[in-house]
Ligand binder design. Sequence first.
Ligand SMILES: Cc1cc2nc3c(=O)[nH]c(=O)nc-3n(C[C@H](O)[C@H](O)[C@H](O)COP(=O)(O)O)c2cc1C
Length: 210
Amino acid sequence: MADSPKYPELGRVVPSAYPSEATRAMLRRRRSTPADLLTGPGPDAPQLQDILTIAARVPDHRRVVPFRFIIFEGDARARFGAVLKEAYLANEPGADEARADCEGNRFLRAPVVVAVISKTNPDHRTPEWEQVLTAGAVCQNMLLAASAYGFAAQWLTEWYAYDDKALAALGLEPGEKVAGYVYIGTAQEGPKERGRPEMSAIISRWGDKK
Ligand SMILES: Cc1cc2nc3c(=O)[nH]c(=O)nc-3n(C[C@H](O)[C@H](O)[C@H](O)COP(=O)(O)O)c2cc1C
Protein backbone atom coordinates (compact mmCIF):
# COMPACT_ATOMS: atom_id res chain seq x y z
CA MET A 1 0.00 0.00 0.00
CA ALA A 2 1.09 3.55 -0.64
CA ASP A 3 2.00 5.85 2.22
CA SER A 4 -0.79 8.25 2.98
CA PRO A 5 0.10 11.09 0.60
CA LYS A 6 0.38 14.53 2.13
CA TYR A 7 -0.49 17.35 -0.20
CA PRO A 8 -0.42 20.94 1.07
CA GLU A 9 -3.66 22.83 1.50
CA LEU A 10 -4.27 25.73 -0.85
CA GLY A 11 -2.31 28.80 0.25
CA ARG A 12 -0.16 26.95 2.77
CA VAL A 13 3.53 27.93 2.88
CA VAL A 14 5.57 24.97 1.65
CA PRO A 15 9.34 24.38 1.67
CA SER A 16 11.08 26.13 -1.21
CA ALA A 17 13.56 23.29 -1.69
CA TYR A 18 14.21 19.70 -0.60
CA PRO A 19 17.97 19.22 -0.30
CA SER A 20 18.49 15.48 -0.71
CA GLU A 21 21.51 13.49 -1.85
CA ALA A 22 19.20 10.51 -2.41
CA THR A 23 17.17 12.54 -4.90
CA ARG A 24 20.30 13.81 -6.64
CA ALA A 25 21.68 10.29 -6.90
CA MET A 26 18.40 9.08 -8.38
CA LEU A 27 18.30 11.91 -10.91
CA ARG A 28 21.93 11.31 -11.96
CA ARG A 29 21.24 7.65 -12.67
CA ARG A 30 17.64 7.84 -13.82
CA ARG A 31 16.95 5.62 -16.81
CA SER A 32 13.90 4.46 -18.66
CA THR A 33 13.35 0.70 -18.79
CA PRO A 34 12.36 -0.49 -22.26
CA ALA A 35 8.74 -1.66 -22.19
CA ASP A 36 9.82 -5.11 -23.43
CA LEU A 37 11.71 -5.55 -20.14
CA LEU A 38 8.72 -4.69 -17.94
CA THR A 39 6.52 -7.10 -16.04
CA GLY A 40 4.30 -7.00 -12.93
CA PRO A 41 3.72 -5.88 -10.33
CA GLY A 42 2.67 -2.37 -11.12
CA PRO A 43 1.36 0.30 -8.80
CA ASP A 44 -1.76 -0.49 -6.79
CA ALA A 45 -4.70 1.91 -6.93
CA PRO A 46 -3.53 4.34 -4.19
CA GLN A 47 0.02 4.32 -5.56
CA LEU A 48 -1.21 5.04 -9.07
CA GLN A 49 -3.46 7.81 -7.77
CA ASP A 50 -0.45 9.36 -6.03
CA ILE A 51 1.80 8.94 -9.10
CA LEU A 52 -0.79 10.74 -11.24
CA THR A 53 -1.30 13.46 -8.64
CA ILE A 54 2.45 14.05 -8.49
CA ALA A 55 2.60 14.00 -12.31
CA ALA A 56 -0.11 16.66 -12.46
CA ARG A 57 1.87 18.93 -10.12
CA VAL A 58 3.87 20.59 -12.88
CA PRO A 59 4.73 24.13 -13.87
CA ASP A 60 1.64 25.28 -15.78
CA HIS A 61 1.53 28.90 -16.91
CA ARG A 62 -1.80 30.45 -15.81
CA ARG A 63 -3.07 27.07 -14.64
CA VAL A 64 -4.50 25.99 -17.98
CA VAL A 65 -4.25 22.28 -17.05
CA PRO A 66 -3.50 21.36 -20.68
CA PHE A 67 -3.45 17.62 -20.11
CA ARG A 68 -5.49 14.66 -18.92
CA PHE A 69 -4.89 10.97 -18.26
CA ILE A 70 -6.37 7.75 -19.61
CA ILE A 71 -5.46 4.65 -17.56
CA PHE A 72 -5.17 1.17 -19.08
CA GLU A 73 -5.16 -1.70 -16.59
CA GLY A 74 -6.29 -5.33 -16.52
CA ASP A 75 -8.23 -6.53 -19.53
CA ALA A 76 -8.68 -2.98 -20.88
CA ARG A 77 -5.10 -3.42 -22.16
CA ALA A 78 -6.09 -6.42 -24.29
CA ARG A 79 -9.31 -4.76 -25.42
CA PHE A 80 -7.37 -1.71 -26.57
CA GLY A 81 -4.89 -4.15 -28.12
CA ALA A 82 -7.65 -5.45 -30.37
CA VAL A 83 -8.09 -1.87 -31.60
CA LEU A 84 -4.34 -1.61 -32.21
CA LYS A 85 -4.27 -4.88 -34.13
CA GLU A 86 -7.15 -3.78 -36.35
CA ALA A 87 -5.57 -0.37 -36.93
CA TYR A 88 -2.25 -2.00 -37.74
CA LEU A 89 -3.84 -4.39 -40.27
CA ALA A 90 -5.74 -1.50 -41.87
CA ASN A 91 -2.40 0.26 -42.41
CA GLU A 92 -0.49 -2.88 -43.40
CA PRO A 93 -3.00 -5.15 -45.13
CA GLY A 94 -0.25 -7.59 -46.17
CA ALA A 95 1.12 -8.03 -42.64
CA ASP A 96 1.33 -11.54 -41.26
CA GLU A 97 -0.83 -12.59 -38.34
CA ALA A 98 2.09 -13.01 -35.91
CA ARG A 99 3.22 -9.43 -36.46
CA ALA A 100 -0.34 -8.14 -36.09
CA ASP A 101 -0.72 -10.11 -32.83
CA CYS A 102 2.49 -8.52 -31.60
CA GLU A 103 0.99 -5.06 -32.24
CA GLY A 104 -2.17 -6.12 -30.41
CA ASN A 105 -0.12 -7.17 -27.39
CA ARG A 106 1.70 -3.87 -26.94
CA PHE A 107 -0.23 -2.73 -23.89
CA LEU A 108 0.28 -6.14 -22.24
CA ARG A 109 3.98 -5.34 -21.82
CA ALA A 110 3.27 -3.53 -18.52
CA PRO A 111 0.58 -3.89 -15.85
CA VAL A 112 -0.29 -0.20 -16.14
CA VAL A 113 -0.16 2.11 -19.13
CA VAL A 114 -1.15 5.76 -18.78
CA ALA A 115 -1.90 7.79 -21.88
CA VAL A 116 -0.99 11.41 -21.18
CA ILE A 117 -3.20 13.54 -23.38
CA SER A 118 -2.11 17.03 -24.33
CA LYS A 119 -5.17 19.28 -24.59
CA THR A 120 -4.17 22.76 -25.55
CA ASN A 121 -6.39 25.79 -25.78
CA PRO A 122 -5.09 27.85 -28.73
CA ASP A 123 -7.30 30.81 -27.73
CA HIS A 124 -5.81 31.04 -24.25
CA ARG A 125 -3.44 33.88 -23.35
CA THR A 126 -0.81 31.26 -22.50
CA PRO A 127 0.97 30.38 -25.76
CA GLU A 128 0.08 26.94 -27.07
CA TRP A 129 3.78 26.02 -27.11
CA GLU A 130 3.94 26.50 -23.36
CA GLN A 131 0.87 24.32 -22.90
CA VAL A 132 2.57 21.56 -24.90
CA LEU A 133 5.68 21.86 -22.74
CA THR A 134 3.56 21.40 -19.64
CA ALA A 135 2.23 18.06 -20.93
CA GLY A 136 5.83 16.94 -21.52
CA ALA A 137 6.70 17.88 -17.95
CA VAL A 138 3.76 15.76 -16.76
CA CYS A 139 5.22 12.69 -18.47
CA GLN A 140 8.63 13.26 -16.93
CA ASN A 141 7.15 13.85 -13.47
CA MET A 142 5.28 10.58 -13.86
CA LEU A 143 8.51 8.70 -14.61
CA LEU A 144 10.13 10.18 -11.53
CA ALA A 145 7.15 9.49 -9.29
CA ALA A 146 6.95 5.89 -10.53
CA SER A 147 10.66 5.47 -9.82
CA ALA A 148 10.28 6.89 -6.32
CA TYR A 149 7.69 4.14 -5.70
CA GLY A 150 10.16 1.52 -6.94
CA PHE A 151 8.63 1.00 -10.37
CA ALA A 152 10.34 1.01 -13.73
CA ALA A 153 8.76 2.96 -16.55
CA GLN A 154 9.11 4.13 -20.13
CA TRP A 155 7.57 7.06 -22.03
CA LEU A 156 6.63 5.94 -25.54
CA THR A 157 4.61 7.25 -28.43
CA GLU A 158 5.14 4.55 -31.08
CA TRP A 159 2.88 4.55 -34.16
CA TYR A 160 -0.41 4.42 -32.25
CA ALA A 161 0.09 7.94 -30.83
CA TYR A 162 -0.39 9.17 -34.39
CA ASP A 163 -2.86 6.70 -35.84
CA ASP A 164 -6.37 8.04 -36.51
CA LYS A 165 -8.13 4.78 -35.63
CA ALA A 166 -6.21 4.42 -32.35
CA LEU A 167 -6.87 8.07 -31.48
CA ALA A 168 -10.59 7.71 -32.23
CA ALA A 169 -10.72 4.66 -29.91
CA LEU A 170 -9.02 6.73 -27.20
CA GLY A 171 -11.86 9.23 -27.54
CA LEU A 172 -9.68 12.25 -28.22
CA GLU A 173 -11.41 15.58 -28.78
CA PRO A 174 -10.29 17.84 -31.64
CA GLY A 175 -7.03 19.51 -30.68
CA GLU A 176 -6.01 16.74 -28.29
CA LYS A 177 -2.83 14.75 -28.88
CA VAL A 178 -1.03 11.90 -27.19
CA ALA A 179 1.97 13.33 -25.35
CA GLY A 180 2.97 9.82 -24.45
CA TYR A 181 1.99 6.40 -23.26
CA VAL A 182 3.78 5.88 -19.97
CA TYR A 183 4.32 2.18 -19.31
CA ILE A 184 4.75 1.42 -15.59
CA GLY A 185 5.76 -1.90 -14.04
CA THR A 186 8.70 -3.81 -12.62
CA ALA A 187 11.95 -4.31 -14.48
CA GLN A 188 12.88 -7.90 -15.35
CA GLU A 189 16.44 -6.63 -15.69
CA GLY A 190 18.11 -3.28 -15.24
CA PRO A 191 18.60 -1.11 -18.30
CA LYS A 192 22.13 -0.32 -19.43
CA GLU A 193 23.35 3.24 -19.42
CA ARG A 194 22.96 5.02 -22.77
CA GLY A 195 24.85 7.93 -24.26
CA ARG A 196 24.22 11.32 -22.71
CA PRO A 197 24.84 14.79 -24.11
CA GLU A 198 28.37 16.12 -24.09
CA MET A 199 27.71 18.96 -21.69
CA SER A 200 30.32 21.29 -23.15
CA ALA A 201 28.49 21.06 -26.49
CA ILE A 202 25.19 22.26 -25.07
CA ILE A 203 26.24 24.86 -22.49
CA SER A 204 27.31 28.35 -23.40
CA ARG A 205 27.53 31.53 -21.41
CA TRP A 206 26.03 34.52 -23.07
CA GLY A 207 28.66 37.13 -23.80
CA ASP A 208 31.55 34.64 -24.03
CA LYS A 209 33.60 34.83 -27.25
CA LYS A 210 33.43 31.73 -29.51
C1 LIG B 1 7.81 12.20 -26.53
C2 LIG B 1 8.67 10.98 -26.48
C3 LIG B 1 8.31 9.88 -27.21
C4 LIG B 1 9.10 8.73 -27.21
N1 LIG B 1 8.73 7.66 -27.94
C5 LIG B 1 9.52 6.60 -28.02
C6 LIG B 1 9.16 5.49 -28.83
O1 LIG B 1 8.13 5.49 -29.47
N2 LIG B 1 10.02 4.44 -28.87
C7 LIG B 1 11.20 4.43 -28.15
O2 LIG B 1 11.96 3.46 -28.22
N3 LIG B 1 11.54 5.47 -27.35
C8 LIG B 1 10.75 6.54 -27.28
N4 LIG B 1 11.09 7.59 -26.48
C9 LIG B 1 12.36 7.52 -25.72
C10 LIG B 1 12.22 6.82 -24.38
O3 LIG B 1 11.20 7.36 -23.61
C11 LIG B 1 13.49 6.96 -23.55
O4 LIG B 1 13.82 8.31 -23.42
C12 LIG B 1 14.60 6.19 -24.14
O5 LIG B 1 14.28 4.82 -24.06
C13 LIG B 1 15.93 6.49 -23.42
O6 LIG B 1 15.84 6.26 -22.10
P1 LIG B 1 16.26 7.34 -20.99
O7 LIG B 1 14.99 7.98 -20.57
O8 LIG B 1 16.89 6.52 -19.96
O9 LIG B 1 17.18 8.31 -21.62
C14 LIG B 1 10.30 8.72 -26.45
C15 LIG B 1 10.63 9.84 -25.68
C16 LIG B 1 9.84 10.96 -25.71
C17 LIG B 1 10.26 12.14 -24.89
